[in-house]
Write a protein that binds this ligand. Structure first.
Ligand code: GLY
Ligand code: MN
Ligand code: MN
Length: 439
């Protein structure tokens, strides 16, 4: 099993520091704990940017980076060791552990941040922090600037520039390292096993949540302790609700079930959707819609190679889907005109994918200077076209209504083209029927 090394975390901080003004300072808070109810918390999940730069997995911490001419300096503020709290809540690194295990240059108890941070601001002309962070952070930064000014009346410029650190980290996170790809391969492999398990145990009379349990059981058994996002298990018409998470209905013989579920492994996400018949055999209407979505997905994946623009997979999927909807009689008119008018959006209302990484909807702009970004080796994205025919549309023939199909894979851009990381989850019609044991 491959983890991100201390050296790689340090290299990331070094790269970030190179992108900052040499006289600047970066301040990045950790994630925080949130109460679920009655004095118990949701499981803690670290802020992805903070994790990307530190590997430190505790709340109540702040990472500070001071860019240098040749080498930067990192300082971590974190919770002190506390035998009493650790008895209840688990072991803490403490500042000593932060230095020893996470390779930061210095570390202090978080309780001292209001004393130490203003001193670090002295003489710094630009302060970088996440603009979309908490209001509390913005307020603290303003307070620290004020204190720092009082300390050194004439050293700090009257108005230090403020810079959003998010967009700089986004650029770094967009291209994955070998170690990151390796973790994402593991996330993909575990997720693939989970989808196969769901296909094998699915039968009429089961509840959606029972398939969710099978999926998440497989995740956890393999060391992926949490889903990367709430698992979606939608039988029949529920498959047309894009982010359906109730997962409470019974699965019936004549329906499809759409499962969109991916695990998080060592903080990295997989994101996979498969749609298959509860009975194990596609009926004719389901088959026809499925084939269109599958062909759209294949056409989209084909467009992924270095130098091609982000939008190419989407336009390829849209063309196949619009043509398919015309063939089925669900749209009428001229293909190009329908595409231009976005007529497909009645049945395909989302885009074909997103970046994938530490977050399921990973960071990184899709356009650069107003133009679609070009693929580069090391980027990872999802490809997930779908067709959703709402059950309440009385103007549509009954056989189509309530069919919701999405097929989603995770794709790595390689030097020569692409690699589908989630290839081992069956998606061909006959493969699915075979694995479900009905053909
Ligand atoms: N699972 C959420 C998505 O596919 O974007
Ligand atoms: Mn997705
Ligand atoms: Mn998904």
């Amino acid at each position: 099993m491959f983890k991100i090394s201390k050296i790689e975390f340090r290299r990331r901080r070094q790269l970030l520091s190179k992108a900052l003004s040499p006289n600047g300072i970066a301040i990045l808070p950790s994630g925080r704990e949130f109460e679920r109810n009655g004095g118990t918390n949701f499981p803690f999940r670290q802020n992805s940017d903070f994790y990307y730069l530190s590997g430190f997995d505790e709340p109540d911490a702040v990472l500070v980076i001071l860019p240098g001419e040749k080498r930067h300096k990192s300082i971590l503020f974190c919770r002190k060791r506390d035998p009493n709290r650790e008895l209840w809540d688990g072991i803490r690194s403490g500042p000593e552990g932060a230095i020893a295990d996470f390779g930061v240059g210095d570390a202090f108890p978080i309780d001292l941040i209001n004393e130490i941070l203003p001193k670090l601001l002295v003489g710094r002309s630009k302060i970088y922090y996440p603009f979309q962070g908490s209001f509390e952070l913005t307020k603290n930064i303003i307070d620290w600037i004020k204190i720092s000014r009082q300390m050194t009346l004439n050293k700090l410029p009257a108005q230090p520039d403020l810079g959003d650190i998010k967009s700089i980290i986004d650029e770094l996170r967009l291209v994955k390292s070998e170690a990151e790809v390796s973790l994402m391969r593991t996330a993909a492999r575990i997720t693939a096993a989970a989808h196969i398990r769901a296909m094998k145990v699915c039968e009429p009379g089961k509840f959606e949540y029972q398939l969710q349990a099978e999926i998440e059981h497989e995740f956890a058994l393999n060391g992926a302790r949490y889903p990367a996002y709430p698992s979606i298990v939608g039988g029949g018409k529920n498959g047309c609700i894009l982010h359906y998470i109730e997962n409470s209905d019974i699965l019936t013989e004549e329906d499809l079930v759409l499962i969109d579920a991916g695990c998080e492994f060592e903080h990295y996400a997989a994101d996979v959707t498969r749609t298959f018949p509860v009975s194990g055999v596609f009926n004719t209407a389901q088959r026809s819609v499925y084939e269109i979505v599958l062909n759209a997905q294949k056409a989209a994946i084909k467009q992924i190679r270095p130098g091609n623009s982000w939008n190419r997979p989407h336009t390829a999927a849209v063309r196949v889907i619009t043509r398919g909807l015309l063939d089925l009689g669900l749209l009428r008119g001229d293909l190009n005109r329908l595409i231009k008018a976005k007529a497909y959006m009645e049945f395909y209302m989302h885009r074909t994918g997103h970046w994938l990484g530490l977050d399921v909807h990973d960071s990184g702009d899709y356009k650069v200077n107003g133009r679609w970004r070009k693929f580069e080796p090391g980027m990872i994205l999802t490809v997930e076209p779908g067709i959703y025919i709402a059950h309440h549309k009385s103007n549509i023939a009954a056989r189509w209504r309530g069919i919701g199909i999405r097929i989603e894979d995770d794709v790595l851009v390689t030097d020569r083209g692409h690699e589908v990381l989630t290839e081992s989850v069956p998606k061909e019609l006959d493969e699915i029927e075979k694995i479900m044991g009905r053909s």
